[in-house]
Design a protein around this ligand. Structure first.
Ligand SMILES: Nc1ncnc2c1ncn2[C@@H]1O[C@H](COP(=O)(O)OP(=O)(O)OP(=O)(O)O)[C@@H](O)[C@H]1O
Length: 233
């Protein structure tokens, strides 16, 4: 279990990334982080992955290590897909055979000798997912993993992540893709201007609405109307 207590982040610029909140992530669950642009999802992921330090609060890990897929990974573009994965694999003591197996899983083995600069956005995204799979940790943290993926690879990723959950992994991901949340997440956090406004089981949310997307969109509409009212007063 990962316990989050009074966690908040105020950036040096004065921007609030996150207001204090508490949360418990159950071992073996899939947690979806949702919310509009600038809502606080990446801030939360950067706090979880220790890229930035919290202003208040703490994250207590039952386990120490995680695999991480950032949303803005820059690969050296003059390397081929295979060279990049082998290089990252070598840094993590991963055998070359496993690097090739992972490239096969993400559908990049046939283009392994192509330079990354020739890769499409979806291919780069799958390469980024591949590097996260190199270190087979019990917690998988993914920042917008479906960005740029076509429907085939989105479906593939759903199946893959459900299989990882079945093996006992805990998965935390941010997304703007609600079918992804609907189909695989157990728990949902909804961020708005740095506040966590919804923190609930996906099945419970589904009882009250036809879809998760409808729940979130009506919440956002309500918030926008309240904001407009405040601004006009
Ligand atoms: N390095 C930074 N310095 C200052 N403010 C920041 C920094 N990073 C994020 N913020 C601010 O923190 C708030 C939350 O941003 P964050 O990147 O966490 O949002 P997000 O939910 O991931 O958005 P998106 O869906 O657009 O990726 C925003 O107001 C943003 O401007």
């Amino acid at each position: 279990m990962i316990q989050i207590k009074k966690l908040s982040k105020k950036y040096k610029t004065g921007n609030i990334g996150l207001h204090p909140f508490d949360f418990e992530i159950e071992k073996g669950s899939i947690v979806a982080l949702t919310g509009g642009n600038g809502a606080g999802k990446s801030t939360f992921i950067k706090l979880l992955t220790n890229i930035i330090r919290p202003t208040t609060g703490s994250i207590q890990w039952g386990v120490q290590r995680f695999s991480y897929m950032p949303d803005d990974m820059e690969f050296p573009t003059n390397l081929t897909g295979l060279e990049a994965i082998r290089l990252l694999g070598a840094l993590r003591n991963v055998e070359e055979e496993k690097c090739s197996r992972i490239l096969k899983q993400v559908g990049l083995y046939d283009v392994r000798n192509q330079k990354i600069e020739t890769f499409s956005k979806g291919m780069k995204q799958r390469l980024c997912f591949a590097q996260a799979l190199l270190s087979n940790e019990k917690v998988l943290i993914l920042d917008e993993p479906t960005n740029g993926l076509d429907p085939y690879w989105i479906k593939w990723m759903k199946t893959f992540l459900l299989e990882e959950k079945r093996k006992g992994k805990t998965i935390i991901f941010s997304t703007h893709n609600f079918s992804f949340v609907d189909d695989i997440a157990d728990e949902l956090l909804f961020f708005y201007e740095g506040h966590v406004l919804i923190q609930n089981k996906v099945n419970t949310l589904k009882l009250h609405s036809s879809s998760i997307e409808n729940t979130i969109v009506s919440k956002l509409e309500q918030l926008m109307q309240e904001k407009q009212k405040l601004n006009s007063n």
